[in-house]
Write a protein that binds this ligand. Structure first.
Ligand code: SD4
Length: 290
């Protein structure tokens, strides 16, 4: 029997899961659920790597990446988007209202403003202070785990048996202006195939992009692996292609058509949150490096 509905998200995003569950429990769509879910950390100023309150690039500007994918393999994405609190909703609008899959930078902002989104300042005092502190040394060294990584990727299976996913982030703190990570790239930060399953990634985007990480996880599930094993094999691939893996973190989570979940990462410290059968909980992910 299929375990549904279910929602799974990266890190300890229990509040985001709760918002998604409220949609799923009323027989809402997985697509509506993941959008509603990830909007929680996007709007939270204390979540320092998503949306409002996110850490800026090295010029002190907050820029956002997000994407969304539904059960028909429709997808929408925004990259290097500034001043908009809910990039996931802009990504959804790209998917539903344009002939394109991806908008970036100025054009993405223009599209958002023309469609009723408001221009806002996303840099909080706290993020600005930290950035000024960082400027003193200006050393770009992505820190493993929570410090720099609590991007939310979320996957859901709804009561109709359909899968969707969403991923949103302010990216790597103190990145070069214009840097785009894995999170808005379909097949890297997020991939959904309604016949098989869905996967999303967190951690150092450059390492995920190199192996088309979430597409890999989904293809491994297609070959018969369960979500846990698929995540493990994909992490192994990341390790084999990144000789500096000791200094970087990558985590994958996956959900298949049967409603089974899995998650795996390179280094200890990654966690994910699962909500099914009315039970919302955080799980410490197993890691390749013990
Ligand atoms: C990125 N994967 O932009 C994202 C980083 C991340 O919290 O997970 N940040 O590379």
């Amino acid at each position: 029997t299929v375990n549904k509905p279910v929602v799974i998200s990266t890190w300890r995003n229990l509040a985001a899961n709760q918002a998604a569950w409220e949609v799923l429990a009323k027989n809402g769509s997985a697509l509506d659920a993941v959008e509603a879910g990830v909007k929680i950390p996007e709007a939270d100023p204390d979540d320092r790597s998503v949306g409002y309150g996110g850490r800026p690039d090295r010029e002190g500007k907050v820029s956002l990446d997000a994407c969304i994918m539904d059960q028909h393999s429709n997808c929408g994405s925004v990259a290097f988007l500034e001043h908009i609190k809910h990039p996931i909703s802009v990504a959804r609008m790209v998917m539903e209202k344009t002939p394109h899959a991806m908008l970036a930078g100025e054009g993405a902002l223009q599209f958002a403003l023309e469609n009723g989104f408001e221009k806002e300042n996303l840099l909080t005092e706290k993020s600005e202070q930290e950035w000024r502190e960082w400027l003193k040394k200006s050393e770009y060294k992505p820190v493993i785990n929570i410090e720099n990584h609590d991007t939310i990727g979320m996957l859901a299976l709804d009561s109709h048996g359909n899968l969707s996913g969403a991923c949103t982030t302010s990216g790597a703190a103190y990145k070069i202006r214009g840097r785009v990570g894995d999170s808005p790239i379909i097949g890297a930060g997020l991939f959904v195939d309604n016949e098989v399953g869905a996967a999303t990634a967190t951690g150092l985007g450059e390492a995920v992009i190199k192996v088309a990480g979430t597409h890999l996880v989904v293809e491994l599930m297609r070959q018969g692996h369960n979500p846990q094993k698929a995540c493990e094999l994909a992490v192994e691939r990341v390790i084999s292609k990144n000789p500096d893996y000791k200094d970087l973190q990558v985590g994958f989570i996956a959900l298949n058509k049967q409603g089974e979940c899995g998650g795996y990462c390179i280094h200890k410290g990654f966690s994910y949150a699962v909500f099914d059968k009315g039970n919302n909980r955080a799980i410490d992910s197993d890691s390749a490096v013990k």
